[in-house]
Design a protein around this ligand. Sequence first.
Ligand SMILES: Nc1ncnc2c1ncn2[C@@H]1O[C@H](COP(=O)(O)OP(=O)(O)OP(=O)(O)O)[C@@H](O)[C@H]1O
Ligand SMILES: [Mg+2]
Length: 272
Amino acid sequence: MTRTAVEQDTGMEDWITLEGVTFVRNRKTILDRIQWKITPGTHWTLIGPNGSGKTTLLQLLAGYLWPTSGDITVLGEKFGHTDLRELRKKIGWVGSFLQAQIPPSQNPLDLVVSGKFASIGIFESPSQDDYAQAREWIQRLECPQVLPFAYGVLSQGEKQRLLIARALIHRPQLLILDEPCAGLDLKAREQLLQTLENLGRTPQAPTMIFVTHHLEEILPVFSHAFLIKAGKCVASGRKSNSLTGEMLSKTFEVPMEVHEEEGRLWSRVRFR
Ligand SMILES: Nc1ncnc2c1ncn2[C@@H]1O[C@H](COP(=O)(O)OP(=O)(O)OP(=O)(O)O)[C@@H](O)[C@H]1O
Ligand SMILES: [Mg+2]
C-alpha cells in the first residue's frame, strides 16, 4: 500500500482550517472528511483530477456552499459565528465559477469596481477614488484597451485579467485562484505567474490558494500542496513531501515522474 502524506503544521493560530468537512449533493459524497490547515504566510496549490472536488472545496472556503458536516474556519472566523457577506469581502476569487455569473453586457470598469463590494454588478455607490483604483489595476494587468467594450466580447485572456484586477482591488486576505491561467497565451501566463510570485512575497500578501493542472505553473512562492482524489485528501503539506511522483501517481492513477528545474516542477506521464 502506498503511503499517504499528511503533514500538519502546529503551534499557529486558526487561520484557515477545515475539520472533517464532508459535502454531499444528490446522494453523492463530493468531499469526504477533509482535514486541511493553512497557516499564515503559506501559499498552497490544490491539485487533483477533473471532478475530484477542488472547485467545490474552494466554494466552501469562500462561504458559497455550506458543508453537510464538519467545521470551517476562514481568516480566523468560524462559520456559523460570522457574517459571511462581510467575510467574502476579504476573499478574492478568480475562476470559471465566477466568470459564469458575469452578464455579457457588463462594463469592464464596473466589473473591476464590483470587487470592492464582493458583488457581481454594483449595488452600492462607488466613489471617484474607487474608479481611479479600478483604472490603475486595469493598467497594472496591462489590459486598458478593453475599457470601451462589453465583457461578453472580450477574449478569454482579457476576461481573466479583468477578474484578477477585480480580485486584487479590495486587497483580499485570501486569494482563491481556480485555474487562473486557463486560456492565457504563454507570455500572458508567465506575466500572471510573475505577478502572483511578486504579490506573494510582499509583507501584506494575501494567503493564496492556486488550482492548476500544470505543475510548471506552480512558482516557488507556493510552498505547500494539497492533493485530492474523488473528494478525499491524498497528501497535504510542504511541496517537497506532497508533490512527489509517488503522490501524483496515486492522485491521477497514472505513473508520473516529477523533476525540478530552476525552482519549477515539470511532470511526465511514464507510459510503459
Ligand atoms: N449539485 C451537484 N450535484 C451533483 N453533483 C455535483 C454537484 N455539484 C458538483 N457535483 C459534482 O462534484 C464533483 C466535483 O466537482 P468540482 O467542480 O468540485 O470538481 P473539480 O475538481 O473542480 O474539477 P475540474 O478540474 O474539472 O474543475 C463533480 O463530479 C461534479 O459533477
Ligand atoms: Mg474546478
